[in-house]
Design a protein around this ligand. Structure first.
Ligand code: SF4
Length: 244
């Protein structure tokens, strides 16, 4: 069967949140306007990658280089100058706390922003894994950076299990630990890997891809929960019908 779909975790999340939203973004390719939070996260992720690479090769990073590096990676997230500066200061501080805390751990880092493109049946799974650290031999910890608020991490976390599937079935590694690193509070939450959660994620991926390949884009049961924040709510007939 010819390859028909490239599916990343982000695309899958779009589809699960609301298939119609996926349709606007990836099928009709309507312009997508990321929020200031998303832009802030992208700036910080780029800086984290650079800082991690330097710590990994040199064992440390001095404050001046870190500041310069952050400056280079920063692009404005808001037209409001004060808000922009406030967020920039926050980002710089978060980066500093991160590097101070992770000097030792980064020595075990195997991948930083690891890109992947792997065939699963008739689809291709693609994307980036923020970080993979070696625990011992082939046993690894998969880490995803979060710039939002602290939340509970469950063993069936979809994003982390998506990446665990890549590590287990395509990179010849044994995922043992899944972690979310909350940069706002400089805290890492971890759970042990459960292989049945990876298998369930694989089934979900195949299920979602089947629906996408059959052009099923009907809004899910409670799309309205997501409508107020959806950047397509002004053009979406389902939402317009509902509010009128
Ligand atoms: S406005 Fe609501 S129903 Fe329409 S695409 Fe967005 S989330 Fe889906």
């Amino acid at each position: 069967m010819p390859e028909k779909l490239r599916l990343s975790y982000t695309k899958m999340d779009f589809y699960i949140t609301c298939p119609k939203r996926y349709y606007y973004r990836y099928v009709e390719k309507k312009p997508y306007y990321p929020s200031y939070k998303t832009k802030f996260g992208s700036n910080l992720h780029r800086a984290l990658k650079n800082v991690t690479e330097i710590i990994k090769s040199k064992g440390a990073i001095d404050n001046e280089s870190q500041k310069e590096l952050f400056e280079k990676q920063w692009s404005d997230v808001s037209k409001d100058k004060d808000k922009n500066q406030q967020l920039k200061n926050k980002g710089e501080l978060q980066l500093k706390l991160f590097s101070e805390t992770n000097l030792t751990a980064i020595q075990n880092t195997l991948f930083i922003e690891k890109s992947f493109s792997c065939k699963l049946d008739n689809i291709t799974l693609c994307g980036y894994i923020d970080r993979v650290d070696v625990i011992k031999d082939k046993y690894v910890e998969i880490i995803d950076y979060k710039t939002g608020n602290l939340r509970i991490l469950y063993p069936d976390d979809l994003q982390l299990n998506f990446y665990a599937l890549i590590c287990r079935d395509f990179l010849d590694l044994i995922p043992a630990k899944l972690s979310l690193y909350f940069l706002k509070t400089n805290e890492k939450l971890s759970v042990n890997v459960e292989n049945q959660c990876i298998d369930m994620t694989k089934s979900l991926i195949l299920n979602v891809s089947e629906k996408i390949l059959s052009n099923y884009y009907i809004p899910t049961e409670h799309p309205l929960d997501h409508c107020p924040e959806c950047c397509y709510n002004k053009i979406c007939p389902d939402f317009i019908k509902l509010i009128n």
